[in-house]
Ligand binder design. Structure first.
Ligand SMILES: *Cc1c(COP(=O)(O)O)cnc(C)c1O
Length: 427
């Protein structure tokens, strides 16, 4: 048996993988450069006016709408901004609860709190997404929305989530930050919910460093989203086909407008989306198939829609948290990167959200006297607490070469055999 790098053997790779978590960023090139240069030459950096407008943000919005089959898309400054705008469009606020999966990035819950509502957490299953069977437990009459997060490239169970939401008459926000281009039963994510949030931050599938978008089929929600993101105003250029009942009243909003430089980069990144996803799928398939053949006991994250998965990470479910910890230590020594999702803990046990504390006087909005008090503590989502401690993730970069993918596979097999992990799986 080959000696593990952890025990002084030769590592599978001589150097760590290059920026393994970046996707679109690594695939950018001349096209992005020239499009950004065009914007700079035009001097029209602002989407709504300027000397020679190129309307990059508007073009991007149109392309997103077209591909995903939703009539309305709005570019914003970040995924967090997109969630804020979506929540505000729905009128979520003080005294409201919003169901959020126990397994998600801080921003999903943070946006709820900054919209003056309070998150309540539903458990997850071995898809690593929200378990629809747990929705009943967290539902009460103070819940005003559900956020369905598509974690790590895979769609949540949208049929079950939408059916539950319709039955209880609450809207759904899809958080598509980690899953741009993924599908559920042949339909793009971000086209199921009442209003949906996307991110183009540096680690996401396509990127301009920062950026976000909101999609909806509902013209009234769209108008509210536009207003909230543009200081309460609505710049009607005759390009939005509104139904009757258009609200012309000004409201108070903020500024979450996307600028033209961001729009320019994202227009070119958008053209690369299918290539990026195709490459990740190819690498992921080879990793999974080879590993399954070499290590018959290995267990991967379960998927409810294999074809719709954009395959941006490989998830391995270990039998114990000790096995997961040993795997991470050994594989990192081989210069192949692996980690526990969000430090191995659900979102409500992460420091910023555990207390929970805000910077506001009286700890607003947690000071609200809910009929059903909101308490965050260990044991809230037992499956999330258990699974997150023993699920390890491996990167699947679109920029990885076939040789790099081979090395990742080789390192996993080496570590499984070297640590006797396969025996543990089979036992
Ligand atoms: C990244 C992310 C966000 C926030 O996006 P930003 O653009 O970084 O604000 C929201 N939700 C999820 C699930 C994310 O992964």
């Amino acid at each position: 048996m080959e000696k593990l790098a952890l025990h002084g053997g030769k590592p599978v790779r001589s150097e760590p993988l290059n920026a393994p978590m970046l996707r679109g960023a690594f695939m950018s090139g001349e096209e992005e450069t020239s499009r950004v240069t065009e914007v700079a030459r035009s001097q029209a950096y602002f989407r709504y006016y300027g000397p020679n407008q190129l309307r990059c943000v508007e073009q991007l919005e149109n392309q997103i709408s077209q591909k995903f089959g939703v009539p309305y898309t709005l570019g914003v400054t970040s995924g967090t901004a997109a969630l804020m705008v979506a929540l505000k469009a729905l009128g979520i606020g003080y005294g409201d609860k919003v169901i959020v999966p126990g397994n998600t990035f801080t921003a999903t819950a943070g946006a709820v709190i900054c919209s003056n509502a309070v998150p309540v957490y539903a458990d997850m299953d071995d898809t690593l997404n929200l378990d629809p069977a747990d929705l009943d437990r967290v539902m009460d009459e103070e819940v005003r929305a559900i956020i369905a997060v598509h974690i790590n490239g895979q769609s949540a169970d949208m049929d079950a989530i939408m059916a539950f939401a319709r039955k209880h008459n609450v809207p759904v926000i899809e958080d598509v930050a980690q899953a741009l281009g993924s599908k559920y039963k042949g339909q793009y994510t971000g086209s199921f919910g009442d209003i949906n949030a996307f991110s183009f931050q540096m680690q996401k599938i396509i990127t301009a460093g920062e950026g976000g978008a909101v999609t909806t089929r509902n013209s009234k929600l769209f108008e509210r989203a536009v207003r909230y993101h543009d200081q309460g105003g609505f710049r009607d250029k005759g390009r939005y086909a509104f139904e009757e009942g258009f609200v012309h009243e000004p409201v108070v909003g903020l500024n979450y407008r996307m600028n033209e430089m961001t729009g320019a980069v994202l227009l070119e990144q958008w053209n690369r989306l299918d290539t990026i996803i195709g490459s990740m799928r190819r690498h992921h398939r080879r990793m999974q198939e080879t590993l399954q053949a070499e290590l018959p006991g290995i267990r991967f994250r379960r998927t409810i829609d294999e074809e719709g998965d954009i395959c941006c990470v490989l998830g391995i479910i270990h039998p114990t948290r000790d096995n997961a910890a040993a795997f991470i230590k050994a594989i990192n020594a081989e210069n192949v990167f692996s980690w526990l999702m969000y430090g191995g803990k659900p979102i409500y046990l992460q420091p910023p959200l555990m207390n929970p504390k805000t910077l506001d006087k009286n700890n607003f909005p947690f000071d609200y006297p809910f009929k059903n008090p909101v308490v965050y503590k260990e044991g809230l989502c037992p499956n999330a607490e258990d699974l997150l401690s023993r699920v390890t993730l491996l990167p699947v970069g679109p920029h990885f070469t076939d040789e790099e993918v081979d090395q990742i596979i080789e390192a996993i097999v080496k570590v499984y055999r070297g640590l006797g992990l396969e025996a543990a799986v089979k036992a």
